[in-house]
Write a protein that binds this ligand. Structure first.
Ligand SMILES: O=C(O)COP(=O)(O)O
Ligand SMILES: [Mg+2]
Length: 224
């Protein structure tokens, strides 16, 4: 049996909001539209780039007919500067190191397109920890479809002793539908109070994650 932990990316492993907002605002600028505040765009993150662009279009009163073109335009901008300011949250790297040292297989299940997801993990020196990265455009399914998460665990070669770690309503729903224990990182892009999201435990500091996760998957660790 291989124990495995799968992580969400945006708002969980990395704080990527400023680069996402910059790409959306460059697309808006191409359309002659004023930029949106980062806080507004924060509320649009979670269901992947096409959905984010759809939310921007509706918010700004642009034509939904141009959805494909504006999604491609936003992705082009994002691919040019996806790691300009994006950084791991504090203690993420140490936590991943500890989990790998405990022989846990690690994967990423993100709604971000796979290419920028892999790029960010490389640039931030996090790619080394992950055997599997499945993006929002890798499969036909994406979170909250539980198939996206199940496929990530299957690719890691396990369907036992699993934990999913994420930051959002979408992640909580995905875990619930896939029947995987869910750990909620409370410092990401969630819109509702922690108490309204189904989760086994929450944490606000990655220094706490290894003990928490190891205890849940029954290996060791010291306390929830
Ligand atoms: O791209 C998004 O909308 C969210 O990405 P995430 O699944 O890594 O949080
Ligand atoms: Mg997220």
């Amino acid at each position: 049996m291989t124990a495995a932990i799968v992580f969400d990316l945006d708002g969980t492993l990395v704080d990527s909001l400023a680069d996402i907002a910059a790409a959306a605002n460059r697309m808006l600028s191409d359309q002659g539209h004023a930029p949106l505040p980062e806080e507004t765009i924060r509320g649009f993150v979670g269901n992947g780039l096409p959905k984010l662009v759809e939310r921007v279009i509706l918010h700004c009163g642009l034509s939904i007919e141009s959805h494909s073109e504006l999604t491609q335009g936003t992705l082009n901008h994002y691919n040019q500067a996806s790691s300009a300011t994006t950084r791991p949250y504090p203690s993420v790297k140490d936590a991943l190191q500890r989990l790998r040292a405990a022989d846990i297989a690690l994967g990423v299940c993100t709604n971000k397109p796979e290419a920028p997801a892999r790029h960010i993990l490389e640039v931030l020196d996090l790619a080394q920890f992950f055997d599997v990265v499945i993006g929002g455009d890798t499969l036909k399914s994406r979170k909250p479809d539980p198939a996206h998460l199940s496929a990530t665990f299957e690719a890691l070669g396990t369907n036992d002793a699993c934990v999913f770690v994420g930051d959002s309503e979408v992640d909580a729903e995905t875990a619930q539908r896939a029947q995987v224990p869910f750990l909620l990182y409370s410092e990401g892009y969630r819109k509702s109070p922690v108490s309204e999201l189904p989760h086994l435990a929450s944490f606000d500091d990655f220094a706490r994650l290894p003990d928490l996760a190891l205890r849940i998957i029954g290996l060791s660790g010291t306390g929830l």
